[in-house]
Design a protein around this ligand. Structure first.
Ligand code: ADP
Ligand code: ADP
Length: 234
């Protein structure tokens, strides 16, 4: 469970998130729905403590209060982050990018290759799960946008995360590919009992996949409920 208590964020004088409190239960697929500038990225960065809080506390099951370096490292290992722009290393293969999720950026760049068999197998399993086993040795800049995002998902899977945070993971994809990629994140979350918090600006996709929708506008929660409770007006 993730719990935010009275959390707020400012950038200079500008309030990006007004004080908010909520709980996110384990195993749920939660969608943060809002337009650009609503505060979705800021909210997500609070959940893994990548953003400085102006007020409040974040508690994550097993951890609370005093966030020392060690606890933060563990939290981030257990929390996989997927981004709109994939954040892949362009000249590396899909497999190398995936293993980054496990070994960390610097160790991969320092070329700790050849990798152990176990590492390679874990990486290949993750690529298989996202349907890209045959692209393992392809450079990621030769892959389509949808395939690149699948590599981003495989990179998170290899971490064996307890929580997946995804910041507009399908915003740069065409509608059909967006639906496929979101469906993949949804089934991975359901199969593994992995909590997912995914930001989107598309109401139709939110309705289709969310267990819970949190609507954000101007840094405030304007809706919090089940998809069927979201009326057209919102
Ligand atoms: P999106 O709507 O796709 O989240 P944003 O423009 O809100 O895009 O943010 C893109 C990136 O730029 C984010 O990392 C955010 O932190 C940063 N950013 C957004 N607005 C500002 C700003 N006014 N000053 C500095 N950085 C900003
Ligand atoms: P969203 O992800 O919904 O687009 P963000 O969390 O990126 O929203 O941004 C919320 C608000 O905070 C926006 O007004 C944005 O311009 C501002 N903002 C975001 N990041 C920064 C930053 N690093 N510095 C200054 N302002 C920022």
């Amino acid at each position: 469970m993730i719990q935010l208590e009275n959390v707020s964020v400012k950038y200079g004088d500008a309030i990006a998130l007004h004080p908010l409190s909520l709980k996110i239960n384990e195993g749920q697929f939660t969608v943060l729905l809002g337009s650009s500038g609503a505060g979705k990225s800021t909210f997500l960065r609070c959940l893994n403590l990548m953003n400085n809080l102006d007020s409040g506390h974040v508690r994550v099951s097993g951890f609370n209060g005093n966030w020392n370096r060690q606890k933060l490292q563990r939290l981030r290992r257990e929390t996989g982050m997927i981004f709109q722009q994939h954040q892949l290393i362009v000249r590396q293969t899909a497999l190398q990018n995936v293993l980054m999720g496990r070994l960390g950026y610097h160790s991969v760049l320092r070329s700790l290759f050849p990798l152990s068999k176990t590492e390679q197998e874990l990486g290949l399993q993750s690529l298989k799960r996202v349907g890209l086993l045959d692209k393992a040795l392809c450079r990621v800049d030769r892959l389509s946008g949808g395939q690149q995002q699948r590599v981003g998902i495989a990179r998170v899977l290899v971490q064996q995360p307890k929580t997946i945070l995804a910041d507009e993971p399908v915003a740069s994809l065409d509608p059909a590919t967006a639906d496929e990629v979101l469906s993949l994140i949804h089934s991975i979350s359901q199969e593994g009992g992995i909590s997912a918090v995914v930001s989107l600006h598309q109401v139709d996709l939110a309705r289709k996949y969310a267990d819970r929708i949190i609507g954000l506008a101007g840094g405030r929660i304007v809706f919090d409920g089940r998809p069927e409770e979201l009326t057209e007006a919102k």
